[in-house]
Design a binder for this molecule. Sequence first.
Ligand SMILES: C[S@@+](CC[C@H](N)C(=O)[O-])C[C@H]1O[C@@H](n2cnc3c(N)ncnc32)[C@H](O)[C@@H]1O
Length: 222
Amino acid sequence: MGDIAKNETTFYSNAEDYWKEVPPTVDGMLGGYGSISSIDINGSKAFLQKFLGEGEGKTGTSCALDCGAGIGRITKRLLLPLFNTVDLVDVTQEFLDKAKTYLGEESKRVGNYICTGLQEFAPECGRYDIIWIQWVIGHLTDNHLVEFLRRCQKALRPNGLIVIKDNVSYEGVVPDEVDSSICRDLEILHSLANQAGLRIVHEEQQMNFPKEIYQVHTLALR
Ligand SMILES: C[S@@+](CC[C@H](N)C(=O)[O-])C[C@H]1O[C@@H](n2cnc3c(N)ncnc32)[C@H](O)[C@@H]1O
């Protein structure tokens, strides 16, 4: 799991302290890479659209959950345009406060703003068509991630999907002392999803990101 995640208390409190100092902007959410937001959102839209729509086996569009939502970058441009209601969960209260204005008029379709760590969050059973988890799993220990994913599975509606979109390392676990997170390789991520009792329905690599950043993969699970 990586040494920095071994002292659980400081792993979480250091991350909370880090995010409290980050400006509530798109650039802040993306560690200075605000310019990749559109490529990211367009890639996500194409990914999601494979599963949405009318008919047998399709994922519904009534309610989505944005996990580690921050100011609602993804909620604004991906989830609110596709789902009737979106809930946001994040550990940083200041980001959720900002979301209320950042999301503008459409914020009236936000169901709940929930300020809590995902490690202790239990989403409402059977509520969500999509649970979107982007650029936040590195803040959870292996055990907490597995347990969180199990709770997410219970929170899905029929044909619902959990989507994880995140950085992956080439090999093993790479710690980031600055924001107190870890980056896992794809094999580890698969194994944790598997331990949570989830099946990988689809997987893609996000293309057209800058060469110097981690590869980003998107996984649909249920
Ligand atoms: C890199 S930002 C990504 C924000 C958003 N997912 C996006 O892509 O625009 C990471 C977010 O995770 C939140 N976060 C960090 N640790 C968390 C935890 N344990 N539980 C919930 N949210 C957490 C931070 O407050 C921050 O908003």
